[in-house]
Design a protein around this ligand. Structure first.
Ligand SMILES: [Zn+2]
Length: 304
């Protein structure tokens, strides 16, 4: 079962962001209440307490309650849904050997790069991975090679796409495993201590003054952007721009005289991420996706 630390992480997810992920439209900390026939927004969010309350039907609670009630899920299912949507890895999804030997969830546990580096020296793409990357996503092979994407099968024969995260100096700092079985949970898994923050930092070494750098949400949009011939980095998730990542962007901005561009996702979290980035990168240029494309990957596919 989930431990206290994990539950706290789920409870601390910004309530308005969770509501938006559920499809509610949040404006001025209010939304139409999905639990009664609401014509004027009566559901209000208290950001300070991270809770919601409807002053008409009385529905109230935190992030987990909101998901349970809105999607008709039980507690555990709601936790899994929240974790999956926000790239949080639950203890029950970690390999069992780790669970037995390390009872303490330790955020200080360091990432064992030595153990994983060799996987990326000779990337290996399973049939499932090639289908995903080249048929579904239509990515450029050179991009897949540059990103050193590889794949593997676990003991249960589940195929995973393995994405390495490097720092600017090219040191391996984290790994994201993506489940290649459609609709299967968990969608993502991260080895212990993985630092999957800003993706594709080595690209910064290729930039010249005056160059354009695109910022995307998530690594798959980043691959699409690279395949379209642009230089790009990715922010892990729109609902969770960490302060550390924001600070790193400020540093990049002050060191390199480059232009930042972005196609925010066509939803509230996407636009909110853009506004947060604009605080750090005042000159970032906003591009609008066409109405039928929810993110850049969609747009990329529609143009090919
Ligand atoms: Zn209500």
């Amino acid at each position: 079962m989930m431990d206290r630390l994990e539950l706290q992480k789920l409870r601390d997810l910004p309530i308005e962001g969770v509501a938006e992920r559920l499809g509610l439209t949040v404006k001025h900390h209010k939304a139409l209440c999905p639990f009664h026939d609401d014509r004027h927004p009566s559901l209000s969010f208290k950001v300070s307490k991270n809770t919601y309350r409807c002053f008409v039907c009385g529905a109230s609670g935190g992030t987990i309650d909101l998901v349970m009630r809105h999607l008709g899920k039980d507690f555990k299912e709601a936790c899994r849904w929240l974790a999956d949507k926000h790239n949080i890895i639950l203890d029950e999804w970690k390999p069992s050997t780790q669970k037995d030997t390390q009872k303490e969830p330790s955020p200080l546990c360091t990432f064992d790069a030595k153990k994983y580096e060799k996987f990326f020296e000779r990337p290996w793409l399973l049939l499932e991975a090639r289908k995903f990357l080249f048929e579904e996503r239509r990515l450029d092979e050179r991009v897949v090679r540059w990103c050193r994407l590889t794949s593997w099968k676990d003991k249960q024969q589940v195929p995973w796409l393995q994405t390495p995260y490097y720092d600017r100096e090219g040191k391996l700092v984290g790994i994201q495993n993506r489940n290649l079985v459609k609709g299967a949970l968990p969608r993502f898994r991260f080895p212990q201590g993985s630092e999957c923050s800003i993706y594709n930092l080595p690209v910064l070494n290729l930039l010249k003054p005056g160059d354009t750098l695109w910022i995307t949400e998530g690594c798959s949009d980043c691959w699409a952007m690279l395949s379209a011939g642009h230089k790009a980095i990715a922010i892990p998730s729109a609902t969770l721009l960490k302060r550390k990542d924001a600070e790193q962007l400020s540093i990049i901005n002050s060191q390199l005289s480059i232009e930042f561009h972005m196609y925010p996702d066509r939803d509230e979290p996407g636009e909110r991420l853009f506004m947060q980035l604009k605080e750090r990168l005042p000159n970032i240029v906003h591009h609008q996706l066409p109405p039928d494309c929810k993110d850049f990957s969609d747009y990329y596919l529609s143009r090919r």
